[in-house]
Design a protein around this ligand. Sequence first.
Ligand code: 9WN
Length: 444
Amino acid sequence: MSAELWNSAVRVLDTNWAGDHMVPSRRLYPHQWSWDAAFIAIGLAYVNPTRAWRDLRSLFEAQWPDGRVPHIVFDPATAEADYFPGPAFWNVPAYAGRAARGSTGIVQPPMHAIAAWEVYRHAAAHGANCAQEARTELEWLYPRLVAQQRYLTTDRNLGRGGLAGIVHPWESGLDNSPAWDEAMANVPADLALLSQYRRRDLDVSHAAHRPTDLDYSRYVGLVLSYRAGGYADDGLLDRHALAVECPAFNSILASAELALAQIAGVLGLAAESATHRDRAGQITTAIVKRLWNPATGRFHALDVKTGKLTPANCVSGLLPLMLPDLPAELVEAIMAEMRSERFGLPVPSYDRTAADFDTMRYWRGPVWINVNWLIRRGLLVHGFRDEAEDLRAAMVRLVHRNGHFEYFHPTTGEGLGAPTFSWTAALSLDLLADRSVPAYSKAG
Ligand code: 9WN
């Protein structure tokens, strides 16, 4: 089974390679996506580390002068009509020597320091040339990864509580999650926008799987609002209709600091390494202080505009398990939630018992491999080795039986969305290689 799965994963990654970057899927997502590139690099490290580094480099070459890493880097060879909203809609000005309309102006979860560290750790296995390449790439990436963290922890500290706020559901990577429903209800929905700007996702996927028109009109409106202010973050909270703090995004933000601590250590930057560890601790403390709800015993997203925690019980609330310094009773609470009938392994994107749990629709029920990969990492960080192994086996089975789909039906396992999806293939390689050593255990 594993050779077959391995080979099929490699084929997907070969098909989706576009010269200097990987597309998540040829038809549905024909550009480069930010957090996809990180998950993809983690898998490419086993079969083609040079491509893993190239993909990360292509993404960071599009980094903005303020440090933000755009959620999509547009491929100039792809027609405007092939993805909506495309380069003309975002209308990003030229920056740092790059042509105008080269990227979007929003971000995605900062998975890249974690990816860079994972690729570096594996490169040594490919011999001296790869080890040298890894060192060079790590040196190139390090200041850029630091700038990315600076942007998120400073310019995006919209709630002034030490966490990064996101201003569009697409920034979460968990786009259509019920976690945003309450906050999105306060965002004006202008359905007329969809006659002006036509959705293209519905041409290449099922309407029943994708966000509704009402959601999409809000997505489009939020981009127009951010764009109107030149994608500036000063005073954004007052003029923009959405600002939320997501437990998953911020857990990745803290984990990125831990990865940077490792990277700085390898680069001989001992003082910086200590600073990154401190920052990880500070973000962890802020996550607990701001996003934990003692009444529900769960982590929730915070609506920064209203100051209220949103009620939905989503997979994002389980991701603080990635944090090594999470207090033991909160680790236990997450584990109890995960083991309950509301979730289970592999973990669905939303509480299975919720009245609006939807087995098909984007981030409202189906299983995603990248999120489960992060959960497995959390299980390993806290020493839950048996469950980590169960989850690894469940993910491998799911992909082997159903294919390298974008996401999976949470009860039947049927593959849904794009059929040859890059991060599913890439993370399958990592899962098959089965590195069960926790990267950041409490013992260090
Ligand atoms: C919008 C590319 C991206 C992923 C996201 C996923 C989906 C885009 C969309 O696809 O988002 O960015 O059109 O729905 O939700 O996590 O990065 O694979």
